[in-house]
Write a protein that binds this ligand. Structure first.
Ligand SMILES: *Cc1c(COP(=O)(O)O)cnc(C)c1O
Length: 364
């Protein structure tokens, strides 16, 4: 059976990903935990995990055991860390696969200890400190009372300590308070030498702040080529471009309505093209009527009317020679993902993770 080229695809530049990874290591002065949760931010979990392993990162960071399982099944065997708290029924597999959890409560620690003991293994864990993110972790003033019991759990090895910044790209004072609280916590627990791994910084933290006693950094977004601070964007390299193709080109008369809700009505005879991508591919419907553009051959053309599930309509000059099959960039070299995110009232993280499985991942 003949196989057609994909309607919509993302091109993923792995060389640029590697450059961004090196930049994160250099800028942080730390070993790297490459954050590959949510399908490596839409870039493809297994493939990116393999590249990260080849690049020699210390850890992969994932959101849940399902992601860890897929990475292991792809044959990647470097340490994997779970970025959030776990639920009871997930823990047996976590222990069986030797995945490293962070510990938020004494009962979580006791349950992991029990499971590790039953299997006759020692499980490495990291203590999570809630310095202001609020998703999990021990409160700083509860650490002293809990650490004694935690250190008694013989089937756990307390290998690290971590916390997470909530506002590293939004609030400098708050971020400095979180950093100070994390450093205090480490001191309270006996100092940096008690923990093989000390980690706090996401992309915003790496780019904007000094590492203190941290020796591991957890970059996500910046590795995928986007800086949370626009002024540092020049240090990073484009990784993902979202592309599609024109299916048809037509001229419609003045007064003709375009797309659902007929929110756009032509005021003159208009050359239009239909592009084979929509919100079913992860191109946000919120971009409807916001003045968003696409790019063909280096030139920008406006989206007219609403973005539908599988298709959208763009306006062309009346004498345009753009024809069916032409490649369309939704974001990439000419239109930044940041620009798309801002117009859609969201953030680049959500645009990346929203790209659906229907969109083929093409690695360059
Ligand atoms: C997602 C996540 C990161 C990575 O954040 P970026 O802003 O994408 O760099 C780091 N640490 C934790 C705990 C996370 O959940």
């Amino acid at each position: 059976m003949p196989i057609s080229p994909p309607r919509s695809w993302v091109e993923i530049n792995l060389e640029n990903l590697k450059k961004n990874l090196s930049y994160a290591a250099e800028k942080s002065g730390c070993e790297i935990m490459a954050v590959v949760k949510a399908g490596a931010y839409g870039h493809g979990l297994e493939r990116i995990a393999e590249v990260m392993q080849q690049q020699g990162v210390a850890f992969l960071g994932v959101a849940n055991i399902g992601e860890a399982r897929r990475i292991r099944e792809a044959g990647v065997d470097i340490p994997i860390y779970l970025l959030g708290a776990t639920w009871e029924k997930e823990r047996e597999e976590i222990v069986a696969r030797n995945i490293t959890p962070c510990i938020s409560t004494l009962s979580e620690a006791e349950s992991f200890n029990q499971l590790a003991e039953t299997r006759g293994v020692k499980l490495s864990v990291h203590i999570a400190v809630d310095t202001g993110m609020g998703r999990g972790g021990f409160l700083p003033d509860q650490l002293a009372e809990n650490i004694i019991r935690l250190r008694e759990l013989e089937s756990l090895l307390i290998e690290g300590i971590s916390s997470h910044l909530s506002s590293s790209d939004e609030d400098e004072d708050f971020t400095y308070r979180q950093i100070a609280s994390f450093e205090d916590s480490i001191t309270q627990l006996g100092g940096a030498e008690k923990f093989k791994w000390r980690h706090l910084f996401n992309s915003g933290g790496i780019i904007g702040y000094k590492k203190g006693t941290c020796n591991l950094a957890r970059p996500g977004l910046m590795v995928y080529g986007v800086s949370p601070f626009p002024e540092f964007q020049k240090n990073l390299h484009l990784v993902m471009s979202l592309k599609s193709r024109i299916s048809i080109v037509r001229t419609v008369p003045a007064g003709h309505s375009l797309s659902y809700g007929h929110s756009f009505i032509t005021t003159e005879p208009t050359r239009i093209a239909t592009v084979g991508i929509g919100y079913g591919d992860g191109y946000p419907r919120q971009l409807s009527g916001k003045g968003a553009h696409v790019c063909i051959d280096g030139k920008k053309f406006p989206i007219l009317g609403r973005v539908t599930m599988d298709q959208l309509i763009i306006g062309l000059p009346i004498d345009s020679n753009v024809s069916p099959g032409a490649e369309v960039e939704l974001f990439g070299e000419h239109i930044s993902v940041d620009e798309v995110a801002t117009l859609a009232d969201t953030i680049p993280w959500e645009i990346f993770t929203g790209i659906t499985t229907r969109v083929e991942r093409v690695y360059l």
